[in-house]
Design a protein around this ligand. Sequence first.
Ligand SMILES: *[C@@H]1O[C@H](CO)[C@@H](O)[C@H](O)[C@H]1NC(C)=O
Ligand SMILES: *[C@@H]1O[C@H](CO)[C@@H](O)[C@H](O)[C@H]1NC(C)=O
Ligand SMILES: *[C@@H]1O[C@H](CO)[C@@H](O)[C@H](O)[C@H]1NC(C)=O
Ligand SMILES: *[C@@H]1O[C@H](CO)[C@@H](O)[C@H](O)[C@H]1NC(C)=O
Ligand SMILES: *[C@@H]1O[C@H](CO)[C@@H](O)[C@H](O)[C@H]1NC(C)=O
Ligand SMILES: *[C@@H]1O[C@H](CO)[C@@H](O)[C@H](O)[C@H]1NC(C)=O
Ligand SMILES: *[C@@H]1O[C@H](CO)[C@@H](O)[C@H](O)[C@H]1NC(C)=O
Length: 798
Amino acid sequence: MGQQMIPLFTLLPLLLSLCGGQSSNPGRPSCRSCDLHLSCDCSRGQFTHVPIVTSRALTLDLSFNNITMVTDVDLTGHERLRTLSLHGNRVAGIHPAAFDSLWSLEELDLSHNQLTSLNPDWFQELGALLRLNLLHNPYRCVGSSPVFHGLVRLRRLAFGGPALEEIKMAALSGVTELETLTVHANNLSSGPFLTNMALASAVLRDVSYPETPIVLEDLHLIGNRSTQPLRELAKRRVRNMTFRNLSVSDEATVSVIEILDGVPLTYFSIDGVTLTGEGRWEKASWADFHSIDEFFIQNIVVLDVFKFVSLLRLKFLLQYPRRVSVINSRMFVIPCDTTFLMSSLQYLDLSDNLLTDMTLVETLCSKRGALKDLRVLNISGNALKSLSTLSRLVERLHKLTHLDISRNFYSSMPGSCSWPSTLRYLNISGAKLTTITPCLPKTLEVLDLSNNDLQGVTVALPALRELRLSGNKLLRLPPGSWFPNLQTLTVQSNTLNMFDRSDLRSFPRLQNLQAGQNKFVCTCDFVAFLQSSIRGDEDVRLTDGEESYICDSPFLLQGEPVGQIYLSFVLCHRDLFVSLCCGVALVVGILVCVLLWRLHALWYLRMMWAWLRAKHSSRRRRLRNRLESEALLSYDAFVSYSEKDAGWVETFLVPELEEPRETDEDSVNHTDPRPLTLCLHKRDFLPGHWIMDNIMSAMERSRRTVFVLSQNFVQSDWCRYELDFSHFWLFDGDTRGEPAILILLEPLSKDDVPKRFCKLRKLMSSTTYLEWPQEEERRGEFWRSLRSALRGDGEEDE
Ligand SMILES: *[C@@H]1O[C@H](CO)[C@@H](O)[C@H](O)[C@H]1NC(C)=O
Ligand SMILES: *[C@@H]1O[C@H](CO)[C@@H](O)[C@H](O)[C@H]1NC(C)=O
Ligand SMILES: *[C@@H]1O[C@H](CO)[C@@H](O)[C@H](O)[C@H]1NC(C)=O
Ligand SMILES: *[C@@H]1O[C@H](CO)[C@@H](O)[C@H](O)[C@H]1NC(C)=O
Ligand SMILES: *[C@@H]1O[C@H](CO)[C@@H](O)[C@H](O)[C@H]1NC(C)=O
Ligand SMILES: *[C@@H]1O[C@H](CO)[C@@H](O)[C@H](O)[C@H]1NC(C)=O
Ligand SMILES: *[C@@H]1O[C@H](CO)[C@@H](O)[C@H](O)[C@H]1NC(C)=O
């Protein structure tokens, strides 16, 4: 029986786990990396299934995982999801109803997967979708059915990839408001654009409308045949055209220019172009591009730099554009003549090239009227060194408002410079400036000096609205009075220790401050101030997020975010705390005193003191021998009574015991009616001694102690001491019989005695006491008993 039980028990967990595994989805992990904005970054998590994520998520990034399938339940409940990315997985199958609950989805990225066909059912419920990316999937055909029919709000669509061979007419039906369409034509470059021009033309005819920006990627154009499909674009009179990753020969260039002749193109952009020819484009010199407004060229590679003739050949189209950008193209000069031709130019961006001070002189051609309308000049990321040369060159650009000279090699600033009076924006970030001088134009509204080596800012700029000083070596904020109009100040990543309310108030108009990533010393004042700023209680807002403010010191707080520090009251208000403590201690002290007084603590203390002394003297006494102590005894009894009972003691007790009368029955019967000697404190105490000493010595010298108990006695403290000493004798092992004799003057029960006189209460219960009779006839008996008790009967009779 027992042996059969064992396998059952070992099986049980297995069964349970099997059941558990079946009830939830097997192998579906969960992902919890969601931030405060409900954006969940589950990318690169090696997930093979769509992980379980909170249904409140707004953004879900599943890119670069190993997901192969999206089932119908994977995304149920995600009604709030706005953005979903499955980019870079191995998704080969998507259930037709997989996206059905994503009513709020605005962006869906399925690029770089293994989808071999597109199913219209996927997108049926995605009425809110704005952007859809289907690039780089191995589907060969788009549009055999109206795939995107339900996507009425779609603005951006991207599809295509290396395998795309066919785009059917129906592909884009229902998509009416497209702003950007990207068709990836990688295979078309070697295939259709060269061999199957009919197909390529059909594609372009389908997708191009005048308002649709066209992006053509990864084209390799050689000869005038390969460019023929572009005629469709020309026919459609497209306005916005972009080539990305283009490789083009001289002949193809000429052909493209010819094809686009007269097309009202306003924006022409090439991002990444390899020029395989020598720049011999003369044949195209008559083309008409009068509508062109902007040329944007980035990343040009000229294969044969040394044979390449200048872009001067394109002078027929240089006079039209207002905006020209030639970025990151290893350009070291624009000949003065070419510059002069760009007569409409308002915006010139030559960033990330190889301009030097010398070639800049040529480029910004000083011919009369050259660049007369230029408003924005961007020459960031070049090899410029001299600010005085630059200021001299731009001084005559009478409309220049923006000058970006960031990421150059300026290391010093001349004492004074001349600038166009229109200059409002100057960016000298990423240089090597150590000081700044009044060379800076006073007209500036935006000045970027970040990432230099500045230790201070010592120039007043009255018009400045925005000042950026991040990445320098500032120890403190610049004085605010020099920047009366400053609204935004950025001083991140400096060596700032702290700043306070008055620092910020010195800027009359400051609204936004970014001062994170500094070496903050977290004092109480600073922490309190910063926390109130983070809460938004201050005039100046911290716009760079509280997580940028980290304590550097004190050591205890190093690395702690300032916003989350709690500095205790004790730490921050030491003086106040100390005085408060003292106050509390005083009050408590007073309370304790009152309490002690109420509880008769003083009485107990005095008792204790007396007890100690008695103990001490008892030890002394014990050293003497008994004879000696007998000799010391000069009284028969010490009478302890309350002052208020003195009358009774004097009229009854003393006469009765000290002067026995003849008529007394007792004396008649007795052979030796010897008078007893009593010790009365009133009579026998030595004046001038401490009363305690008197009591003790009186007790020591008396054989017995008589306590005259009454209400009065109980209320008198001194009587209590006496009682206690006698009690102490009792316990001290004195063998003189019953040393304490209690006389009750009036009926007094144990309960009438206050609790703290515990010894009296004990004595009353252990010792028999004599009651003073109110009736005359019973008093004889009383006196007899008392006398015999005082004589210590047994002892005397022997
Ligand atoms: C995805 O899974 C395959 C095998 O199924 C594995 O070879 C590959 O390394 C995985 N990729 C990632 C990014 O985990
Ligand atoms: C490009 O298309 C051709 C058919 O036109 C096809 O054979 C080839 O495999 C495709 N290329 C790629 C990289 O898929
Ligand atoms: C650019 O296009 C060529 C084909 O013309 C392709 O081989 C290359 O990978 C593309 N480069 C990039 C960065 O896309
Ligand atoms: C292509 O160029 C050749 C000469 O190089 C010319 O004979 C031919 O007509 C051109 N074709 C077109 C369509 O322009
Ligand atoms: C042209 O389209 C691009 C996107 O491809 C866009 O960035 C640019 O602003 C558009 N230009 C004009 C003038 O519409
Ligand atoms: C100048 O170009 C750089 C790099 O392309 C860019 O970051 C910067 O914003 C541009 N400046 C202006 C004023 O457009
Ligand atoms: C100044 O230039 C740098 C680098 O080009 C850029 O990052 C920064 O945004 C520019 N500053 C302003 C205020 O535009």
